[in-house]
Design a protein around this ligand. Structure first.
Ligand SMILES: Cc1cc2nc3c(=O)[nH]c(=O)nc-3n(C[C@H](O)[C@H](O)[C@H](O)COP(=O)(O)OP(=O)(O)OC[C@H]3O[C@@H](n4cnc5c(N)ncnc54)[C@H](O)[C@@H]3O)c2cc1C
Length: 266
């Protein structure tokens, strides 16, 4: 892979992808595999944004059950299987345990029903022939078993625990770089430290972007039939660079809390 800004400025691409997080690199790969000419730029390093700060869980959408969104669950389960297949060295099954308490929701009975439903919706999750990629059925366990697995949690009113299996991606940075390299191998032109600072608009149509080489502080145009905005939390700002355009999107917030393994009751 070579950062070739002269080529970026000279060529006209079918697709220009703005933002090299997981969505951007995957989009570039997908488009290049379809035979389109593709350019991908990121204002910093690839995968430096939200994609560098995630919990590394590849989940099958158990939480979507709360809203009865079975379609989204199926989609998550399918994506989880695909990721296990395309990156078997990075995506592995992981057990999750959630203690259940009297008077707290969701209780043990509700979790038992949710796990049964989860297994039903994911009935085809174990089609892979690799035994290491098997996701066992979820189950609820007794209070004693839960305390054995999670010693130190508050025992008062504890009724048991729920165990289910999802996947973990041990190193998501490596994954993003693998997808990026695959995109480059399929013909995509990728350049980091290239920030989109404006759009080329001709006859009311976006025909490319104005880009700035962050390292040399020089601006140039990149021409493209289609510009895809995968700039994550910056999406609104990037879109705002087009005159009279804005997304006014409300983003969701997430944070990771890292604790010691043992949780001591207060
Ligand atoms: C705390 C937390 C935990 C999470 N845990 C999980 C999890 O366990 N499992 C899961 O599946 N998801 C998780 N997510 C969600 C997941 O991380 C995001 O959905 C995903 O990383 C978003 O990727 P993205 O490509 O849209 O955005 P980003 O990774 O943010 O990529 C956007 C890129 O655009 C670039 N950019 C911005 N402006 C410009 C510009 N003007 N010109 C050029 N480039 C630009 C940025 O530099 C950045 O690299 C979590 C999110 C958070 C915040």
């Amino acid at each position: 892979m070579h950062r070739n800004l002269l080529r970026l400025a000279d060529n006209k691409y079918d697709v220009l992808v703005v933002g090299g997080g997981i969505y951007g690199v995957w989009c570039a790969w997908d488009a290049a595999l379809r035979g389109l000419s593709v350019a991908l730029v990121d204002k910093g390093d690839f995968g430096q944004g939200t994609s560098a700060n995630n919990l590394k869980i590849i989940h099958g959408g158990l939480r979507y059950l709360q809203h009865g969104d079975l379609r989204r669950m199926r989609e998550s389960i399918r994506e989880r299987s695909i990721l296990m297949q395309v990156a078997p060295h990075l995506v592995h099954p992981l057990a999750f345990v959630m203690p259940t308490y009297r008077h707290a929701r969701p209780g043990k009975a509700m979790m038992a029903a949710a796990l049964a439903m989860n297994d039903l919706v994911g009935f085809d999750r174990n089609r892979s022939k690799d035994p290491q990629k098997r996701l066992p059925a979820g189950r609820v366990v007794s209070r004693g078993e839960c305390l054995r697995i999670l010693p130190g949690i508050a025992a008062r009113d504890l009724t048991g625990g729920a165990i289910w299996y999802d996947c973990q991606m041990s190193n998501s940075d490596r994954f993003i770089l693998s997808v990026l390299r695959s995109a480059a191998e399929a013909g995509a032109e990728a350049a980091n430290y290239v920030e989109v600072v404006g759009f080329r608009v001709e006859r009311n149509r976006v025909t490319g972007v104005r880009a700035r080489d962050v390292l040399a502080d020089q601006e140039f145009d990149v021409r493209a039939e289609v510009v895809v905005n995968t700039s994550g939390p910056w999406a609104d700002r990037v879109l705002g660079l087009v005159k009279d355009c804005g997304l006014a999107q409300r983003f969701s917030k997430a944070m990771n809390l890292v604790t010691r393994r043992r949780i001591h009751p207060g």
